[in-house]
Structure formats: structure tokens, C-alpha cells
Write a protein that binds this ligand. Structure first.
Ligand code: FES
Length: 374
């Protein structure tokens, strides 16, 4: 197969599926797609896969991976994310990453840019071990954090760390469409050498005077964090005096997003603020909350779950591999039934103790002993 070819067009996909319907009769009990997978995993239709074409180190702990998706892929909108399956140590994990390349890219590939999360075994595996030629199962692009079809009104991007990826995708897309408006992009990183896409951003800013990139480095070498360099209204007024007139897209750690939401809310501008989170917002753990023994009924496994660790993580640490997707309570891929006992939704603090209730293990923790249908 020509690896630079674009994914199949809609008429091509219709033709493939019409042919498959006939050949499936001869492939029973499997499907034609299972045999096609042996020839080229990108041609399968029962599973969407992508081939790693290239890896590129952005910083010492972040890497851009170029992926060539299979036939069933459909284009993304700038700012959307995709689910990626990662096999590690015989287990299958799923993580969600923002697509960092622009939809206008002409080679049929897309990129994700992954930063190692502290204590994150999957992100570490992707950044350290993934190599060209590997195949990964992927989902279709999802998410409602994307640019409007209409020309955005003077966008303001506020990002930090790997939160720069959706903003970068949007900026690249606007440039590719030759409709980049007056844009301000404030980005927080600890040091200059931690700046993801640093070289490219410098080139973009020089080539496109409308792209006003304002990096804020929160630490100097050998120095502890300085509070004054973090996001504040005074700093925003200085870096972007007309922020009230702009459409703001923000992505970064919880603390930054909370501060931005409070400021926009106070200014009565919430409708002009679009926020993308990488993690669910969790409520404070009640002082009297306790964990318990989590029994996974189908697997016959029991494990200790503390009051602040998600049941999904408890299951994975116990060697199980439950279905999951976003890991932040959005996709419902992890839904299961509470058979007995008590769990707590970590976002709201709500205690769920009715047997038969549907629970989301990715954002629920044990609240005493409990049993799940997993
Ligand atoms: S993994 Fe998406 S809701 Fe739990």
C-alpha cells in the first residue's frame, strides 16, 4: 500500500463495504476484514487502526507521533481529540490525545503530541518506546472544543504545558486556510526548553505578524516557582489588554482553568470562554471518607481501593483490563453495574449505594467495600 495515500473517500468506503458484505458470506464465522488485517492492518473495517509513521521529540519529555489512519478514518476539526489504544506489558490501555496537526494536512496522516505525565506509565511508554511501524487501535475524532466554521472573532488562546496542542492545531488550521485573524496566544511553561513546538512557534510568529505569541516562563533556571509569573488578571491586562473583546480558548491544568473561569465569570463573559480539560474536575475528598475492598465479580479478583483512587485504576493495578476511554467521566465506555456496597462519584461527592446502579469506574472511588460487575 502507498503509505502516503489519503484515507478512503465515502464512495470508496461504500464500494468496499458492498464487496465485504458478499465476501463475508465465505469468511464466516469471521469477517473478510479479519483476513484483510493479515495483509494490511490499515485496510480492516472491523477495527480502526493507525500506523506510526514517524516520531519526533519536541522536548525532553514530549514527543509528536505521526499516525497514518486506516480506511474508516474521517477527518477531524481543529481542536478535537482521538482515543488511542496502547498495548503495554500484555495489557491494553486507552488514552485520549488532542490531534495536534491541522485538518488541512495533505498526506492523510495526523499527529498527536504526548507529554510524559508524572507517574503516567502509558504516556511514558508512548514517549519512550513507540516506534515507526507500530500499529495502534484508534477511535474517531471527538470533542466539542474546536474552531467555529465562521471566522473566530479575534481569538485569545491561553494554554499551559501540553494544553498547547489544541491551540497549535487551531493556529495551524487558520494559517492553512489563510484566514488567521488578529490572534493572541499566551502560553505558560516552566522554562524555555520546556516549550512544546518552540521552534515552529518562533517561525510562525515571524512569518505571521497577526499571531501574537506571548510565552510566560514560570521559573528561571535553578529557581523555585515564582507566584507572580502565574496567571492573574493584572498579568492578562498587561499581555492582552483587549481580552474582554476576544473569544478565549483555554487548555491546561486545573488550577489555570479555574482561575480563567472565575475571571471570565466575574466579567460576565462566560459565553466567550471555551475550555478543554484533560482531567475531570474532582471535588474535595470528605474528611470522613473511607476506601474499602473492591470485588470484581466477573473476574473473581479483589483489591484494596482507597478513598481517592478511581475504581478503574484499582482494577488495572490488580491486573484487570476493563473497557475504558476518556478516563474522565465523559464517554461512558467504562460503565458497569454496582452489585453491592458503596462508591463515591469523585466529581460531585455523591455516594452511590443502590445495587443495580450504573457507575463509571473512571471517576468513582470506593466508599467502603463494594462489588462491581467486572
Ligand atoms: S472512561 Fe470515559 S466515562 Fe469512564
Amino acid at each position: 500500500m502507498n503509505d502516503t495515500a489519503r484515507p478512503a473517500t465515502r464512495p470508496q468506503r461504500s464500494l468496499f463495504s458492498a464487496i465485504s458484505r458478499i465476501t463475508d458470506l465465505f469468511a464466516y464465522p469471521l469477517r473478510t476484514s479479519h483476513y484483510v488485517e493479515l495483509v494490511n492492518p490499515l485496510w480492516t473495517t472491523h477495527l480502526l487502526q493507525a500506523r506510526v509513521m514517524k516520531v519526533w521529540d519536541e522536548t525532553k519529555d514530549s514527543r509528536t507521533i505521526t499516525l497514518k489512519p486506516g480506511l474508516n478514518w474521517r477527518g477531524h476539526r481543529a481542536g478535537q481529540h482521538v482515543r488511542v489504544g496502547i498495548p503495554v506489558g500484555g495489557m491494553h490501555y486507552t488514552r485520549t490525545y488532542t490531534i495536534s496537526s491541522e485538518p488541512e494536512r495533505s498526506d492523510g496522516c495526523f499527529t498527536i503530541t504526548v507529554k510524559v505525565v508524572e507517574g503516567g506509565r502509558i504516556s511514558r511508554h508512548i514517549v519512550r518506546n513507540l516506534k515507526p511501524g507500530d500499529y495502534l487501535p484508534i477511535g474517531l475524532p471527538q470533542g466539542d472544543f474546536y474552531l467555529p466554521d465562521a471566522q473566530p472573532v479575534k481569538p485569545l488562546f491561553i494554554t499551559a504545558g501540553s494544553g498547547i496542542t489544541p491551540a497549535m492545531c487551531m493556529v495551524r488550521s487558520l494559517i492553512a486556510q489563510e484566514r488567521l485573524p488578529d490572534t493572541v496566544h499566551i502560553h505558560y511553561a516552566p522554562h524555555e526548553f520546556d516549550l512544546i513546538f518552540g521552534k515552529e512557534i518562533g517561525e510562525l510568529a515571524r512569518a505571521h505578524p497577526r499571531y501574537g505569541f506571548q510565552p510566560v516562563f514560570t521559573r528561571a533556571l535553578g529557581e523555585e516557582q515564582r507566584e507572580k509569573r502565574h496567571f492573574s488578571e493584572a498579568q492578562l491586562n498587561q499581555l492582552c489588554p483587549d481580552w474582554r473583546e476576544r473569544e478565549c480558548y483555554a487548555c491546561g491544568p486545573q488550577g489555570l482553568l479555574t482561575a480563567i473561569e472565575a475571571l471570565w465569570d466575574g466579567a460576565g463573559l462566560s459565553r466567550r470562554l471555551h475550555v478543554e480539560r484533560f482531567r475531570a474536575t474532582v471535588a474535595e475528598v470528605p474528611a470522613d471518607a473511607v476506601g474499602g475492598v473492591v470485588a470484581f465479580a466477573k473476574s473473581g479478583v479483589k483489591a484494596e481501593g482507597d478513598r481517592a483512587t478511581s475504581l478503574l485504576r484499582v482494577a488495572e493495578d490488580a491486573g484487570l483490563n476493563p473497557a475504558h476511554g476518556c478516563r474522565m467521566g465523559i464517554c461512558h465506555a467504562c460503565d458497569t453495574t454496582l452489585l453491592s456496597g458503596c462508591v463515591r462519584d469523585m466529581r460531585t461527592g455523591q455516594v452511590i449505594n443502590e445495587a443495580g446502579s450504573l457507575v463509571q469506574p473512571c471517576i468513582c472511588a470506593a466508599a467502603g467495600d463494594c462489588e462491581l460487575d467486572l
